[in-house]
Design a protein around this ligand. Sequence first.
Ligand code: NAP
Ligand code: GLV
Length: 310
Amino acid sequence: MIPTLVFYSQFDSFEQWQALLAPLLPGIRICQEQDVEDPESVLYALAWKPPQGFFARYRNLQLLINLGAGVDSLVGRDDLPAIPITRLSDPNMGRMMASYVLFAVLRYARDIPAFEQAQRQRRWHYLHPRLPQSVRVGVLGLGELGAYAAAELVRQGFAVSGWSRSAKQLEGVRCYSGLDCLDSFIADSEILVVMLPLTSETRGLLDARRLALLPPGSCFINVSRGAVVDQQALTEALGSGRIAEATLDVFDREPLPPEDPLWGMTNVLITPHLASVAIPESAARQIADNILRLQRGEAVLHQVDPARGY
Ligand code: NAP
Ligand code: GLV
């Protein structure tokens, strides 16, 4: 029986991943679901958002490698045996995410939406630039991606605060932890960047009450998961102008349905869930290394804690 790695993703190129992984994993067959010859031979899965029931026939699965950072589509599933789940932990993914966050924050800090609007009206609209240190940016979630983005914002000179579950020390970032200080954290953020994983604790965390704590005229950036935020409450706050602007990469339902009012809002920038993506050139090596570690009987790296949800 040839050990098999089954691949599943609707967003990533199987051929590209296979070409990079095959030389690193000699002796392992890499294929997609429809090409699995013997489900019993499938020991490893490399998957992004596989449908419910996907794993049911792979009874010998030993390792599930999430083809991304967030594992909310994997933890707590009933078609999955109790095996290690790993995530991608790739500095290039962190850099890609940080560039998105930096773009969105700079766009607001430099009043670019106002100039975009003025240009459409052929209007010379002078707004004196603010110094970055006077702009208070709050980053919710200081994990691999959040900490990277926070460091880039610090490098740009912004007044950066960060919030996480456990206490942290990050250079240049005022760090807060725990629910007790969340309300005051939100109330102090002129630009709020959501970089939390979706877990049972964070689902709906930014509800109507908490969104109402944002300072009037604040800006909101979500690159985590749509369900962390009450999307209807966010839409209402944006409609009333209480939240002035939003950059949204993630939504309750993806693709965002054509009839969703967010599409028509001039103060909302929508991107289709691509703030950061899995990068085969840099992540293939860590995926292969983890499989080889498992084969040698060593603990795998970048394992998530299903009980914690991330
Ligand atoms: P991570 O390394 O798992 O870090 C998660 C951070 O959130 C940690 O700082 C953690 O606190 C904090 N956190 C978790 N639960 C919390 C809670 N209940 N209260 C307060 N803080 C909590 O995650 P990451 O790699 O930075 O990625 C974050 C998320 O970004 C992913 O889970 C995914 O959903 C999303 N993402 C989106 C895209 C995109 O393209 N839009 C791409 C990649 C990832 P501790 O540090 O104390 O544990
Ligand atoms: C993308 O959303 C990821 O979690 O990697």
